[in-house]
Design a protein around this ligand. Structure first.
Ligand code: LMR
Length: 329
């Protein structure tokens, strides 16, 4: 980190840039919906701190966590309108704009985050990225939350048939809806910031999310059963309004890209560590009954979810599924 700081300072930022006068300040409003104690929340703060330091305060990233500025379900439109300049929505939420991205929601598409990162870097991943440009969006990175687990208050979910008839909260994604419909559960789209209330009121029985999201919203305090299923990846695209991006001086773009590259590596490690810690905390709290799927169960669950792949293949180009790591020799 020290070396990186030094190398940024050696670039003499921003004194060598005539376009950026001393009076001028660039403000980037970065809105997100999770708590500050999550991988996304912490990485956003780190990014803001580094940019402030490296630009001598000329570039300010203002971070608005917990949906305080724009709620889940509002932030994407706010970015498109240019009211804010940066968001990091779950990829599942981008599917409302570019549905092909829902390939990432397919159950058991990825075994670990490294597989996800390689997929996103591949030609097919980059073609998905390009589809964002049509909507005036630019992706400047991928951050992880982790893998989703299942919780509910009705019964332990040990076999896939245990999901039958459960009302499950999902993010807005057709593939997530299909994932639950295909096993006779009832998916319900609910904004992240109201999941706690909806569970408390009994409007849904359960939900799927990562360890850090479950604990940061204290969802486990309302739920009796947790199944460690790791059935789907939850991660974020760091999105900027493209027009705003193009308006930035080159030297600022370079600073942002270099810093994001560094923060991304840090965030990936943090997401892994925090997920492990949060699971350990839930194991220790004895407040929720935890069931672990065996490798054999995972194979069974993955085959049971095959129809969801057929559903995707019936709608979108098969190249997105063909490029998944499990379909590569
Ligand atoms: C969710 O809605 O469950 C997640 O997208 C929240 C988040 O941003 O991690």
């Amino acid at each position: 980190i020290i070396m990186l700081l030094v190398s940024c300072q050696q670039r003499d930022y921003p004194a060598d840039n005539e376009q950026l006068s001393h009076e001028e300040q660039i403000v980037i409003r970065f809105s997100h919906v999770v708590g500050e104690n999550t991988p996304k929340g912490m990485a956003a703060i780190k990014f803001a701190e580094l940019i402030k330091e490296r630009s001598n305060g000329h570039v300010e990233i203002q971070v608005f966590p917990n949906g305080v500025l724009y709620k889940d379900g509002e932030e994407l439109n706010a970015l498109l309108r240019g009211d804010i300049q940066m968001i990091a929505p779950a990829i599942s939420k981008i599917t409302t704009l570019v549905p092909e991205w829902s390939v990432m929601d397919l159950p058991y598409a990825f075994k670990n985050a490294d597989e996800v990162h390689s997929y996103v870097d591949s030609d097919v991943g980059q073609s998905l990225m390009k589809k964002l440009n049509v909507h005036n969006l630019l992706s400047v990175g991928v951050w992880d939350s982790g893998f989703k687990q299942l919780s509910n208050s009705i019964r332990p979910i040990e076999h896939i048939s245990d999901l039958k008839d459960l009302r499950m909260r999902i993010m807005p994604s057709d593939i997530l809806a299909e994932q639950f419909s295909s096993v006779d559960a009832y998916p319900k789209r609910i904004d992240f910031n109201t999941v706690f209330n909806q569970l408390q009121k009994g409007n849904v029985d359960g939900q799927e999310n990562t360890f850090t999201n479950i604990t940061s919203k204290n969802l486990h305090s309302l739920q009796d059963y947790l199944t460690v299923s790791n059935h789907g990846y939850l991660g974020y695209l760091l999105l900027m309004n493209n027009e705003f991006w193009d308006s930035l001086p080159k030297v600022v773009q370079t600073l942002l890209i270099d810093t994001l590259e560094e923060v991304q590596q840090w965030e990936w490690q943090l997401a892994k560590n925090l997920s492990d810690e949060r699971l350990q905390e839930m194991e220790a709290c004895e407040c929720i009954n935890i069931h672990y799927l065996s490798n054999q169960d995972v194979q069974k669950w993955a085959s049971a979810f095959e129809p969801v792949y057929d559903y995707y293949a019936g709608k979108y180009d098969s190249k997105y599924i063909n490029a998944l790591p499990k379909n590569q020799s």
